[in-house]
Design a protein around this ligand. Sequence first.
Ligand SMILES: [Zn+2]
Length: 328
Amino acid sequence: MGFENRFYSQAENELNEIVIKNRRIHENREKEIYEKYSDISSINNALISTSGKLLTLIADKNGDISARLRELESENISLQAELKSSLKKHGFPEDYLEPVYSCHICNDKGTVNGKRCECFMNMVRKAAAADLNRTSPLSLCTFDDFDLSYYDDTEVTKIGTTARKIMEKNLSFCKNYAENFHLPYNSVLIRGRTGLGKTHLSLSIASEVLAKGYSVIYGSAPDFFRRVEKEHFGAHTDTDTLEMLIKTDLLVLDDLGAEFESKFYCSVLYNIINDRLNASLPTVISTNLELSEIETRYGERIYSRIATMDKPIFVGSDVRALKKRRQQ
Ligand SMILES: [Zn+2]
């Protein structure tokens, strides 16, 4: 899977910052111990001097050094044990004076055995996803500013409940979905007419899952399809959008059905949905289409996969028109 060079550079910068931050934490810990705990620091100093002695000994090529080496080794082991127990005695973790690393696979080097470490590739993926997400108004959408008062609270006799009550349930469904997000996870199809808050709630899910540290890509289906089409039919780029849409932890595909109808888009959608379902990666799709319209438009293969998703239905009157009226 390819990424543009700028995302690798962004990841390099991020890794550098992590190294600097961790070095500072380590230095501050040493300073704290040296200033306040003379017993611990004297053991630590003794430990450092055994390493010095070891180096001198190895450099000394005269005579048999094996006995002296064994001696130093056991001195080192007992000092280490002493250091751990005195740290513990003062209420610190045993490894408090060890170098600090965020990734214990590569020790923050970004590579293992000449290959990029997974921690580094995650940073590259996140940088590429952030770039893809930059046009969506994520910061404007949270669960807290979803206003239920826009939904009618008079009971509709036919269904025995109100639009507001249904939307209250949908809001808590979406909130729970985001709060309990984990992998693998189930997918969701949010359905309902235009202007009922589908985009607001699906972006709120994206925002909360992103804050939990998962990789999230969100945006409108027409935009993504156009991008994939461009990459597929010419425009040279190192970034493989389709692959990113398939591999991200959570994909939020807004406004499915707003793209114009094309066989190519259908096959892109099938690839995305099918590959993600097979990998148990969740997708949140929002659409104005009825289920029967989905079947007619995208065909049985896509429909049968979408049919397995949870399907909250959004109801009410166009909230955008009401909002406008209230603002006037
Ligand atoms: Zn790593």
